[in-house]
Design a protein around this ligand. Structure first.
Ligand SMILES: [Mn+2]
Length: 325
């Protein structure tokens, strides 16, 4: 892991989700330019928090920009749950007659755009899958940290002890397909965050049409007492659930990010509106680009207290007749 270049600036870029044209606009706006066909910046490096794929109209373009930048050293990418899903959806289990991730209508739907857009480019997809199989799950850069959804000290310490690397591998991905295994639980925690099951078999329907039996919870809540203290998702909880006390068991499932830690950056949570840090050391850079809000970057220098003036963004326009994003 790179801790040597504290003088270099870093641009932490939120979930792209196939908004390839908007990504290009954001990079140009931040002073990146093409050298031998690859975007780079003389004094800065881009760090993508994952979820380049799925949902949006220009997934191939987005992937090729990020892949080329990572290979040239002008960017880094941590794995998002969508890269994980695509990899596991496409990879047969070596000993069972199944894929690493079950094919069913819900799972198929989540990865549909990616496979459709690569239908005529199978070799490119193969290269990207190979790459996904070796991505870092998290980055500890010394003066800041990056993960797709949840920085969990316990899992990350254990992972480093066990595998001596921050990267995933095809072998580890195979193990993770057993959701009860250590790696299965870790991947779920880091890439999807903590969640709490709704009591009494309740179901809420989210705005994107999926039925949810869980709600997403913060990993930075201090001493939370109720569901309302930890809920962190675009869909609000009904009042009775919002005020419901957390059980001791539910509290144990949560994790916490200490106030005195270095800043942590992540995506995943579909924020909207004008970007701002969540806390002085906690920053989500996912502002719902693919739902026509903003593709956002936090431009980090050496500050330890994050500043709401240090975001850059481009608005993502709804499609017109020419299919622009
Ligand atoms: Mn996402």
């Amino acid at each position: 892991m790179n801790t040597s270049s504290q003088s270099m600036g870093y641009d932490l870029i939120g979930d792209v989700h196939g908004c390839g044209r908007s990504l290009e606009k954001l990079l140009i706006e931040m002073g990146y330019h093409k050298r031998q066909g690859v975007y780079h910046h003389n004094k800065r490096q881009a760090i993508f928090v994952g979820d380049i794929v799925d949902r949006g109209p220009h997934i191939r373009k987005a992937l090729s920009i990020v892949y080329d930048m990572v290979n040239a050293g002008s960017a880094q990418l941590v794995m998002g749950n969508h890269e994980y899903n695509v990899y596991c959806h496409a990879t047969p289990h070596p000993s069972r007659n199944a894929y690493l991730r079950e094919h069913n209508p819900h799972n198929d739907r989540l990865v549909a755009e990616t496979f459709e857009q690569f239908a005529n480019h199978p070799n490119d997809l193969k290269d990207y899958l190979e790459w996904f199989g070796r991505l870092p799950l998290f980055l500890d850069m010394g003066h800041f940290k990056v993960v797709h959804a949840c920085w969990d000290h316990f899992y990350i310490r254990e992972y480093l002890k066990r595998f001596k690397t921050n990267c995933i591998s095809p072998e580890i991905l195979l193990e993770s397909s057993d959701t009860e295994s250590f790696v299965g639980m870790m991947v779920d925690r880091l890439l999807r965050g903590t969640d709490i099951r709704l009591p009494d078999e309740q179901v809420i329907r989210s705005r994107d049409g999926f039925e949810r039996r869980f709600f997403r919870a913060k990993f930075w809540a201090d001493n939370p007492k109720t569901y309302g203290d930890v809920v962190f998702q675009p869909d609000p909880l009904p009042d009775d659930l919002f005020n419901r006390p957390l059980s001791e068991e539910e509290k144990l499932r949560l994790t916490n990010y200490p106030e005195d830690e270095v800043p942590v950056f992540f995506g995943h949570y579909w924020l909207q509106g004008r970007p701002a840090p969540i806390k002085h050391n906690v920053c989500c850079v996912d502002y719902s680009a693919v739902k026509y809000d903003r593709l956002v970057a936090y431009r980090l220098d050496n500050e330890t207290v994050l500043d709401k003036e240090k975001f850059s963004w481009v608005y993502v326009d709804p499609p017109k007749t020419d299919m622009s994003e």
